[in-house]
Design a protein around this ligand. Structure first.
Ligand SMILES: C[S@@+](CC[C@H](N)C(=O)[O-])C[C@H]1O[C@@H](n2cnc3c(N)ncnc32)[C@H](O)[C@@H]1O
Length: 419
């Protein structure tokens, strides 16, 4: 049994954090804000916060009719959640009572419970019909502009259409692992289930036969094609999806990340799957050594993961992207110094912005005379040839394979060093 009010109260708190404090949901979860909830209530809270944020444009359009601009954020967020639930078919009685209860307990805004009751009753009567007529939610202007410039209006509308629904559950199978998962096998080798459900209850989870990894995110390690016995450095490794692929391929893997907290999750993942890697806490820019192959999954805007993280467009405004682009260029240059002559490097980011993908590789190719793009493993990935870019990398977008459920946005390229 879930505690509906508890989950709703926690979801409103999360909305306050994202829309008031510009905190990402992942930061809230890492800080333990949902720790006291049962697994069921935690899942319900996350779903409510995610879906309200995914549909915020529609929700606010409906609320605008009934609400003054200066309504306090906490009250507005309780109403936002209420509108989402009512328009998604939630039972009016339960939704309205919960939201009135949540606002009535607020130490400053309790007096506004009557407003909440009145607005939500009107929304219960008219909201679901109005909702049907509203347009598909758009990305915010600061992000939509650059994406339209890069990919065109139709592509961006296609990306927004995929963002409108929750992502499917994609799974990477350990070689020889349990495959009785009732899932579709994608041409790229990932398994896909339409609904996530309780991941840890699926067959083979406890035995460590597989891990959750978006189909696009599974491709950089396959592009690198690590061989048994090779020394491979995974430079920004946590929480370890790619580390596990490299280790499962039989490589001798070093997994480095600057975040001790995120590395804890990487260690747990390795333990569950029985895979091995040398785990290093450190700054990628200071690491030294020589490796047969390096995988650099650089920190980025994460704009390719919005359907999984619908909070991102609301918590961010693009002001930190310039610093990330500079950091990626520095990391790529340093990572290149760690590759042995004749060795290779995969550079990748889960971004939709060419500045964090294609442009980085074009700049690096100009800077390093001993760097070439290697396309030899692209044909083995099961991707459409249209997705291969001019410089020989691979561009993936959420609207690709939309009829199958789409994929995360990603860029990746395999770079070979002269012997
Ligand atoms: C895109 S995530 C990596 C995801 C990971 N490769 C996977 O497949 O599970 C980027 C990572 O870069 C790490 N990071 C950021 N700055 C770093 C730095 N200076 N040195 C090392 N790691 C860094 C972050 O902590 C984060 O875990």
């Amino acid at each position: 049994m879930t505690d509906a009010i508890q989950a709703r109260r926690s979801a409103v708190y999360l909305l306050d954090q994202v829309l008031g404090q510009q905190r990402l949901l992942a930061e809230c979860y890492a800080a333990g804000v949902l720790e006291r909830l049962t697994p069921e209530d935690r899942a319900r809270t996350q779903r409510l916060a995610n879906e309200t944020l995914r549909n915020l444009e529609r929700v606010d359009k409906i609320l605008a009719k009934y609400l003054k601009k200066n309504t306090p954020l906490h009250v507005r967020n309780a109403l936002r959640l209420g509108v989402y639930e009512l328009c998604a078919g939630g039972a009016a009685h339960g939704v309205v009572n919960s939201m009135v209860n949540i606002v009535s307990r607020h130490k400053h805004h309790g007096a506004l419970k009557g407003l909440v009751n009145a607005v939500l009753r009107k929304v219960a009567a008219n909201g679901p019909d109005e909702w049907q007529k509203l347009r598909q939610p758009r990305l915010p202007k600061w992000l939509r502009g650059p994406l339209v410039e890069a990919w065109g209006r139709d592509a961006v509308a296609g990306i927004e259409a995929v963002h409108a629904a929750p992502a499917p559950l994609d799974i990477t199978l350990k070689p020889g692992g349990e495959s009785d998962l009732d899932a579709e096998l994608l041409p790229t080798g990932s398994l896909r289930r339409a609904e996530a459900g309780q991941v840890s209850a699926l067959p083979g989870y406890d035995a460590g036969d597989w891990w959750v990894q978006d189909a696009a995110a599974a491709l950089p390690a396959r592009l690198l094609s690590a061989q048994p016995g090779e020394t491979v450095l995974d430079l920004c490794a946590a929480p370890g999806g790619k580390t596990m692929q490299l280790a499962a391929a039989g490589a001798t893997v070093s997994a480095l990340d600057v975040s001790e907290t995120r590395l804890t999750r990487l260690r747990e993942n390795l333990e569950r799957t029985g895979l091995k890697a040398d785990v290093i806490v450190g700054d990628a820019l200071e690491h030294q050594g020589q490796y047969d192959a390096v995988l650099l999954d650089a920190p980025c805007s994460a704009t390719g993961t919005i359907r999984r993280h619908p909070d991102l467009p609301h918590a961010k405004d693009g002001s930190d992207f310039g610093a990330l682009i500079n950091l990626q260029a520095q990391m790529l240059a340093h990572a290149w110094s760690l590759v042995k002559p004749g060795g290779r490097l995969v550079f990748c980011t889960c971004s939709l912005l060419p500045d964090e993908g294609e442009c980085q590789v074009e700049d690096a190719l100009e800077m390093f005379a001993d760097m070439q793009v290697d396309q030899s493993t692209l044909a083995d990935l099961g991707v459409d040839s249209d997705w291969i870019t001019e410089e020989g990398g691979l561009r993936l977008r959420p609207d690709y394979w939309a009829e199958r459920g789409g994929m995360d946005g990603f860029y990746m390229a395999l770079l070979r060093k002269s012997a």
